[in-house]
Every structure is written in structure tokens, then in C-alpha cells.
Design a protein around this ligand. Structure first.
Ligand SMILES: [Zn+2]
Length: 309
């Protein structure tokens, strides 16, 4: 057995997980990151202790929402949990004598889906997690491809529109400025402020700041022309990014995660069609594109599998 820890901005979720990725027990606590990393680590140690009761384990894996220096066991920068240069592996090893592995949450989610989720039966997979931004994880033979200093997979910052929208990373036109959920919502608000007509006005009692991604999909399913055209534009950009990724990596499968993946075939089918028109190798077998299946468990499961390397 292994312990998997999803150290998130809201909760610390932990679980006892088998080598195959099955969670047998779990413990959670609110993170309350404002307390500072020392207090959060104390809770983390308590949760591990609870899971260890009468169980023997081989390793502990931790996923964090930020950058890590894996070989030094350091959380370099994770603003959501208020961790800056925290020697997390050292802290855990003070109390527990097990190998401790560290990685970012997007890589953990990708590994979780590859070991026992949507990409279980595939050797090469790529996970694209859609949310406020876009995270990515590249998995080859159930091991994460990390690049030479661990920072690979930042697919959200692939430019798909030269001189496009400003991105927090300093470039313009990044993938996540067009295909994240925030980007979809931002575009809806921008157009509605310019007087566009839509069901979304009624759905929010004309308070367009209340709009979220789910509302846009729901309005589109009811035939709202405005939302349909927004989603059409959204999937165009989304497909542009996925086609680039397929041209470069040619994974057997791309797993789409994040809240938007709950739209299932309503999102995936048009996306697939557009992607397949854009990829370079049109006559070869196609990369499959599917929605993630593990939901929020992918964090715990993926972290528990970091021992794979
Ligand atoms: Zn960027």
C-alpha cells in the first residue's frame, strides 16, 4: 500500500491506496493555508499517522498546486497553499521513515488517470486539465515525463494566437487564455457587456458577473444562439491546442479533466471532430480524446503512484 496526498488550496485529502490505484481508506482536513506552512504540515503529519494505524506502507506521495524541486524534496512555490521553498520531504521524513515523493497536482492527476482511470489501457497519454488555467501532464509507460528540471507539461502557456490576449506568464495568446473555463466565461461577459442577447441574462437575472461555465453549456443545450456560438469558438481554440499537442507528442489518448469534462460527449464529440481535421497525420490511427473518470480522486491516486518514477 501507498499513501497519496492531495495538498490543495481548500482541503488536504489523503488516502491509503493499493499499487493498482484503489483507495481503501481516506482522511481529509481543511487546509486553512493562511495559518502558514508549519501548521499545515502538522495537520499533514496527523493525517498520515491516522492512515498508518495498523497498516504497513511502501511510500508516501504528495501532489501540490505549484512548482516543486523534486530531487531536493522542496515545494518551490505554491501560492494557493502559501508554501514558499518548503522542505516538505525533509519535514515528513523527520517523523516517518518511508520514501516520500513530490510532484505538482497536474502531473499527479495525469498519472492517476494513466494508472487506473481513463488512460488505464494506454501506454502514452496526455492529460489536459481545464479550470482557471490549463494544466497538463505527459505520461509514458505509467511514468511522468518531466523535462530536464521537472517543469515540462506547461501546456497552458503554448501560444495559439500570436499577439493575442495578455497572459500572466508574460506572453500573449496562450492556450489557457482561450480554452480554460475562465476564458470561456470572460468572453461571455465581454460580449454581453456589449449588449449581446442571450438566455444567460435571464439565468442570472441580468447580473452577468454570476455567469459560470456550466451555465453557458446549459444555455447552449437549451438552444441559446449566443452560448452556442461561444462554445463553437471555444472548441475551435481548444482543438487548435490539442492538435498541436498531438502533432508533437502523438499520445494514444488525451484525457480532458476539470469541471468542463463533466459535459461529456456534448463537449468531446465536436472537439474530436475539429481536432481530427487539424492534425497533421490525418490518415494514421487517431488519438482518442475522452473525459477524465477519476474526478477529484485523481489527485490522491496519482500522488500515491509517484513511486513509479
Ligand atoms: Zn501564458
Amino acid at each position: 500500500m501507498h499513501i497519496g496526498i492531495d495538498l490543495g488550496g481548500t482541503n488536504i485529502d489523503t488516502g491509503l491506496v493499493s499499487e493498482e490505484g484503489v483507495i481503501s481508506s481516506r482522511k481529509s482536513m481543511p487546509t486553512r493555508a493562511e495559518r502558514g506552512s508549519a501548521e499545515v504540515i502538522k495537520d499533514l503529519l496527523r493525517l498520515i499517522e491516522m492512515l498508518l494505524e495498523s497498516n504497513s506502507i511502501q511510500s508516501i506521495g504528495v501532489g501540490v498546486p505549484g512548482t516543486v524541486i523534486r530531487d531536493q524534496g522542496i515545494v518551490n512555490f505554491a501560492c494557493n497553499i502559501n508554501f514558499h521553498n518548503v522542505r516538505l520531504v525533509h519535514e515528513l521524513n523527520q517523523q516517518f521513515d518511508y520514501p516520500v515523493y513530490l510532484d505538482n497536482d497536474a502531473n499527479c492527476a495525469a498519472l492517476g488517470e494513466a494508472v487506473c482511470g481513463a488512460a488505464e489501457n494506454y501506454d502514452t497519454s496526455l492529460m489536459v486539465t481545464i479550470g482557471t488555467g490549463i494544466g497538463g501532464g505527459i505520461v509514458i509507460n505509467k511514468r511522468i515525463y518531466r523535462g530536464f528540471n521537472g517543469a515540462a507539461g506547461e501546456i497552458g502557456h503554448m501560444v495559439i494566437e500570436t499577439n493575442g490576449l495578455d497572459c500572466a506568464c508574460g506572453r500573449k495568446g496562450c492556450f489557457e487564455k482561450y480554452a480554460s473555463t475562465s476564458a470561456l466565461v470572460w468572453e461571455a461577459k465581454r460580449k454581453l457587456k456589449n449588449q449581446a442577447d442571450s438566455f444567460l441574462r435571464e439565468m442570472t437575472s441580468d447580473n452577468i458577473d454570476k455567469i459560470n461555465g456550466e451555465m453557458i453549456f446549459s444555455a447552449a443545450k437549451q438552444g441559446d444562439k449566443f452560448s452556442l456560438s461561444l462554445i463553437d469558438r471555444y472548441t475551435d481554440y481548444f482543438a487548435e491546442g490539442l492538435a498541436n499537442l498531438i502533432n508533437i507528442f502523438e499520445p494514444e489518448i488525451i484525457v480532458i479533466g476539470g469541471a468542463v469534462s463533466r459535459q461529456g460527449e456534448y463537449l468531446i464529440n465536436p472537439l474530436k471532430e475539429k481536432v481530427h481535421q487539424k492534425v497533421y497525420s490525418k490518415t494514421l490511427p487517431k488519438t482518442n480524446i475522452v473525459a477524465a473518470v477519476l474526478g477529484s480522486d485523481s489527485g490522491i491516486i496519482g500522488a500515491s503512484q509517484l513511486w513509479r518514477g
